[in-house]
Ligand binder design. Structure first.
Ligand code: ZN
Length: 135
C-alpha cells in the first residue's frame, strides 16, 4: 500500500490524482487486477468523473446548495464547526476501486480520479492499494 500526502487549497478543493494512481500501477508491474484509492478522513471523499473546469465548479455549487453551511442548526457545529463538510462526505464515498487491464487503469476516456477536500485547506493523505490478479 502506498500512502500519498497532499496539501489541499480552499474549503472545498477537487484534486486530480489520476497520475499518482497510474504511476503506482506502473511501478507495481501488474497486468491485471484492481486498484483501490481510499481516504480515511471524515471530511474528504474520492470520486471519479470528468476533469472539466465548469463541471467541477458545478459540483461544488451543488454540494453547497444541497448541504448548506449554515441554514440548519447543526448540532456538530457546537463542538467542531464543520458539520456540513462531514455530511457532504457521507453522501460521497471514501473510496473507489478501478480495474487494471494490460498494466493500465481501465478508466474511460473522460474519467479521472479525484481527491475531494470538503473542509480545507489541510494536510491530507490517501492510500493506493493494488490487488494483483495476474495468473
Ligand atoms: Zn467535525
Amino acid at each position: 500500500m502506498k500512502i500519498v500526502d497532499l496539501d489541499t487549497k480552499g474549503r472545498i478543493d477537487i484534486v486530480n490524482i489520476t497520475k499518482e494512481v497510474e504511476e503506482e500501477v506502473k511501478k507495481s508491474g501488474i497486468q491485471e487486477g484492481l486498484v483501490n484509492v481510499y481516504t480515511r478522513h471524515t471530511t474528504t471523499a474520492i470520486v471519479i468523473n470528468e476533469d472539466e473546469e465548469g463541471l467541477l465548479k458545478d459540483f461544488i455549487q451543488i454540494l453547497q446548495r444541497l448541504i448548506p453551511d449554515d441554514i440548519f442548526n447543526y448540532k456538530h457545529n457546537k463542538i467542531d464547526n464543520n458539520a456540513s463538510a462531514h455530511i457532504r462526505s457521507i453522501f460521497l464515498s471514501p473510496e473507489v476501486t478501478i480495474p487494471v487491464k494490460d498494466g493500465r487503469l481501465w478508466l474511460g476516456h473522460w474519467q479521472s480520479v479525484f481527491f475531494v477536500e470538503l473542509d480545507g485547506p489541510r494536510k491530507r493523505s490517501f492510500a493506493i492499494t493494488i490487488a494483483n490478479h495476474n495468473i
